[in-house]
Structure formats: C-alpha cells, structure tokens
Design a protein around this ligand. Structure first.
Ligand code: G6P
Length: 618
C-alpha cells in the first residue's frame, strides 16, 4: 500500500524512478508522481491521478536532468485519488518535496497549527503536513537534515518518508512502522518500500530499522539513529533474480505466478525433507518441544494458509487455531510462554499482522514469522522466522505464495508434532469415497510433498478451468464449499474470484451450506466443491443439496475419484496426492478459474480496484 522510491547518485534519476514506480505499482495505483532536483537547483514535481502510465504520458518529452529524486505510487487513505492528492507533496514555495507511506495520526492538529502560522494546504492528505513542517524549520534557520528530524519528531503514526530539498543534493529518509529498504548500487543508491523496486539496479540491500535516519548524497549513504548517532546495519545480498520481478512473455503477473508454482514449491521444499523427518534449519529436532499449543495470526490469503496449517496441526493432535490478525491484535486470546504464535504473512509488512505479533510478544508467547521476505518487519519482529522461499510475488492477488505457505506449514506441523509427540487425532474410519484413506500418515505427507510440484504442474497445464470460466460466465453467484483442508481452500477460491472478477463469490464450510447459505442457491448459482480424498462423501451430500435446487456443481478433486466425477456436473481433476496436501493442487484450479473469469470480463487482473498487495495501515 503506497510505494515509495528515492534515488541519489551519478547520472539522471528520472528513468530509474519511473522503473521503480512501475515495479512498485502492486502497492497502489490511484496516482503516481515524481520530484527531481534539477542539476541546477530547483525541484520539479510531476504527478498524475491513475496508474504510472498516466505519469509517464505526462513526463514524455520533458527533460528532467538531475541525479536526485523521489517517487510515489498511491493507495488512498486520506483524500480521494486525484492529481492534488498525489504525492510528492510540497510546501508553499515548492522548496521541499516529500513522499510518504503510512498514516500520520496527528495530521489534523498539525495542519491547524500550520494554517494558523500562514501555511496554505493544497491536498486533503495527511502527508502534506510534513513538507510544511520542514519548511517552517528551514525558515527558522535549520539545515535540511535538522529540519527533517524536527518535522519527523512531531509525527505520530506510521511512516516511511523520503524528502528532497531545493539546492541540496541529498535525499533524507526515515521509517517507523512502514517498510523502507536501502539499495546500494555502483553509481547510485536507492530507498524503496520493497526490494523489487530497485532489483534491476542492485541486489545489495540494507534493511532499515524503525527511527533510522538515512541520508543519501552523491553515491554515498549515512545511517544514524534518532539522536544523530551513526548506526551500523549489515549489507545483505538478495537472492531474488531481477527477471523474477518482470512479466516476461506474460500478460499478467498473476498468470506468470500461477505457472511458476512447480518451481516455487520446489524452492520451498528444497533440502527440507530428509526421509522420515522434516529438516528445517531454524528448527532442529527438539527445538519445538516446549510448544503446548499454536495460534496463527494472518490476513487475507495468508489467513487461509494459516487455517490450513492449523487444521494439519490439529490432525496431528496439537491444539491449534487460526485467528484474523486484525481481530487478535485488539482481542487477543489467552496465550502462555508455551504458546507458539505464528504470523503468516507473504510480505512480512501487513500492519494488522505486525500489530498481532507485537501483542503476542507483549504477552510473552513464543513468536514465529512464516514469510516470503527476508529482512521484513515480521521476520525481524518475531522471535524466529521461517522463509517460504517462493520468490517475489507482484500480482496483487496472492497465488504462488499460498502454495508455498501451506507447504512450509506442513513441514513445520510435522516438526512441531514430532517434537511434541502429538498423537494422530483421527483414524482410518473417516476415509472418504476418494481413492485415499483419512488418516494422517506423516510418511505419506512427506513423500507426497516431494511429488507435489509435479502434481501442480499437471494442474497448471490443464485447460479445464478456462473452459468452465466461459461456460459459467453468466452466473449470478459463485459459491465455493469444502471441508477439512478443503474449507480454507474454498475460502481462498472465493476470495481470489471476487477480488479479481468483482463478481459475487463466497466460501463456506461444506457442512454449513444447509445452515443458511442454501437459501441463496438457485440455478444461477454455480457451486464449486473442493474434494480432498477425505470425508468426501459428506461433501457429496452437500453437493446434492445444491443440485436439488438447480445449481450446477463443479467438483475439484482427485483424478481417480469416479463417484465424485459421476455426481457433479463438471470436474477439475488433480493427480493423486495425500489428502492432507490435496488442497494445494485443488487451489491451483481455483486460481486458474478466477484468472480466466477475470480475463473474460477484461478486469485489471494484477491491480484489482481498491486493493493493494501490502497493506501497511491497520
Ligand atoms: C492484502 C492483499 C492480500 C494478502 C493480504 C495479506 O489484503 O491484497 O492478497 O493476502 O494483504 O498480506 P500478507 O503480505 O500479510 O500475506
């Protein structure tokens, strides 16, 4: 949510700033803007409502020489999308330009105070107070760095800020509660909300801590704390490849990332399974033996992965529950020092999830971040981190990271259960009508995890979802149902469908359909039923209930489950895999269904309306 980029160094900044904004667009696309300090002194600002294309059109043919600049892509919180509300924001005289990600909570009182002192505001944003505060300090004789520090000292809330000032060669930046990472190039240095912004220019990064103040000048940089004392932050090399963050031959990042899943899953699993046990470097055998119970906190797609993980743990006899991070943060459940609180977050920067982590830390629980981003706030804010190694994900709708989260959580569940001796909670008697039994056999899960990338590859290459997206394009509603690990997959299927098609889609526990939602089922409702090979006959009852009301049913299930195939109206098969893992290939079918349904409707698949990938405000 909101992306910021800054650049200082040799050569012109503009082109790299625009590339950075294009790479950050998944964080917001309500408006985009840049401010460049011309080599001969003044700052030029160009900003436009809409996607970066509109900014590029406005910039075309304009020469903006100068090596120092800042840029911003916006997801609106204060003030509607408009040219005036677009960043960068400046003071009255245009001497100071600022970009911001986050929310300044005390902006109203600061605005009142500044207005009384004669400052004129041109936007409705919380951000605009910052350049005015800086300008006021400059007027009082402060140098740019002191003026920046003085302004920041007045702010309450969360922010990543970058500023340039007239007739000064530097970029000044800081963060508190919003992400900001420093990229070290050869001729220039960069600051951005996320690594993909500058990955084409450098893979050497410094992860900044809250309240660090960074000054980029020429091609040098300086990091100090809030008092101005130099701080030493390690330089790290990012393992992501710049090409991973580009669309290549694809029309959409989402499709590229769906297709990447066989590879990303292999990366997640590589070296982490050794015959009869899961090998997680961060968690050697015995390291989780003091865990009595597990609480997951997460949002969006990550929450569905967390639900999936909690189901696996319960099946291994470990008490586990998944809560929405935005609820846990303000109404936490009781936890103890022997509770492991696991924050599942792709970006590692979701504000709600970070707030939950802080609460869990305060309550003295043991905390763990399961995340895709090394150096993210979650990875650093939790006691421990487990990386899902899915590679950069750019499409706003999460796809490959869900698969990798679930696979990583399956490994983790195996390790927790092995350490804690959790007894299998269920027996064979729950076997379904699919071709699998119902027991949790850890050896089967581990061995099928190894073949999962191949199973997913088969689904990625299946044209069934594309055909059904067309066949059911005129439906009024799309209901997704499933039980066990099929339930979070049903929720995820519905989330994906609604966020990129804008159609009415809901996910339900299959057994819950008859307790209310069935009232909405008509022949114009498509019911998509997820089967995993466990308790499938129960789900089949629910399918028949929907069919009796005239609803067409699409089954997603094991290839060899003939009873299922014969009962449902359409079937999306996936290769045999352990029922505890079957939700992963099933979900890939649902990703493709949503993708093709959105494509038919000509939706902005990678940038769905009103949404952003990384939501850094609560
Ligand atoms: C936003 C995104 C979702 C994502 C959720 C959690 O709402 O639009 O796609 O699942 O944030 O993000 P996280 O980075 O914590 O997994």
């Amino acid at each position: 949510m909101c992306g910021i980029i800054a650049r200082a160094g040799i050569g012109d900044a503009l082109e790299e700033l625009v590339v950075g904004l294009q790479n950050l667009e998944y964080r917001g696309y309500d408006s985009a803007g840049v401010a460049v300090r011309r080599a001969d002194g003044p700052i030029t600002v160009c900003k436009r409502e809409g996607e970066t294309d509109a900014l590029e059109a406005a910039l075309s043919g304009r020469a903006l020489p100068g090596g120092t600049g800042i840029g911003h892509t916006r997801w609106s919180t204060h003030g509607a999308p408009s040219d005036a509300n677009a960043h960068p924001h400046t003071d009255d005289s245009g001497r100071v330009a600022v970009v911001h990600n986050g929310i300044i909570r005390n902006h109203e009182s600061l605005r009142r105070e500044l207005r009384e002192a004669g400052h004129r505001f041109r936007s409705e944003t919380d951000t605009e107070v910052v350049p005015h505060l800086v300008a006021a300090a400059l007027d009082d004789g402060a140098d740019p760095e002191s003026a920046f520090r003085a302004a920041v000292a007045r702010l309450e809330g969360s922010y990543a800020l970058a500023m340039i000032v007239d007739e000064d060669d530097a970029v000044y930046a800081t963060r508190r509660g919003s992400p900001l990472v420093l990229g070290l190039g050869t001729d220039a240095n960069y600051l951005a909300s996320d690594v993909p912004a500058f990955l084409e220019f450098t893979d050497r990064v410094v992860y900044l801590e809250d309240d660090d103040v960074v000054v980029l000048e020429g091609n040098t940089y300086r990091i100090t704390d809030v008092d101005g004392t130099p701080v030493d932050r390690p330089i790290e090399t990012v393992e992501w490849d710049a090409s991973d963050a580009r669309k290549g031959v694809y029309n959409h990042f989402m499709r590229k990332e769906i297709d990447e899943q066989p590879v990303s899953l292999r990366q997640t699993l590589e070296g982490r399974i050794d015959g009869d046990r899961s090998e997680l470097t961060a968690f050697p055998p015995g390291s989780l033996s003091d865990v009595d119970d597990v609480v997951f906190v997460a949002c969006g797609t990550s929450y569905h992965a967390a639900m999936y993980g909690s189901t696996l743990l319960r099946r291994r006899g470990v008490p586990a529950t998944a809560l929405r991070a935005n609820e846990f943060a303000h109404d936490p459940m009781p936890v103890s020092e022997r509770t492991l609180v696991i924050a599942v977050t792709q970006s590692g920067e979701t504000a709600d999830t970070l707030a939950s982590l802080r609460v869990a830390n305060d309550l003295s629980a043991r905390t763990l971040a399961v995340t895709n981003v090394v150096g993210s706030s979650a990875a650093r804010g939790a006691d421990e981190a487990l990386f899902i190694r899915a590679g950069p994900e750019i499409g706003v709708a999460a796809t490959k990271t869900f698969s990798s989260q679930v696979a990583a959580l399956a490994l983790l569940a195996d390790r927790i259960a092995a350490d804690g001796g959790g007894a299998d909670a269920y027996g064979d008697e729950t076997a379904g009508v699919g071709d699998h039994g119902g027991a949790y056999d850890p050896d089967s899960v581990r061995s099928d995890l190894e073949s999962l990338p191949t199973a997913v590859e088969t689904v990625v290459n299946d044209a069934g979802a594309a055909r059904l997206a067309t066949q059911f394009a005129d439906a009024e509603s799309y209901f997704f149902i499933g039980r066990g690990v099929g339930y979070p997959v049903a929720l995820e299927g519905a989330l994906k469908f609604k966020e990129i098609t804008y159609e009415h889609a809901e996910g339900f526990a299959a057994g819950e359909l008859k307790h209310g939602p069935l009232a909405l089922v008509t022949p114009a409702t498509v019911v998509i039923a997820v089967f995993t090979g466990r308790n499938d006959e129960l789900t089949l009852h629910n399918v028949r209930e929907a069919q009796s009301r005239g609803a067409p049913v699409v089954g997603v299930g094991p290839a060899s489950a003939t009873t299922l195939r014969e009962t449902v109206d359409e079937y999306l098969p996936f290769p045999r895999t352990d029922p505890n893992l079957a939700g992963i290939p099933a979900n890939v079918h649902l990703q493709l269904l949503a993708y093709h349904a959105a494509e038919i409707r000509d939706r902005a698949i990678d940038k769905p309306r009103n949404l952003a990938k990384s939501v850094t405000v609560e």
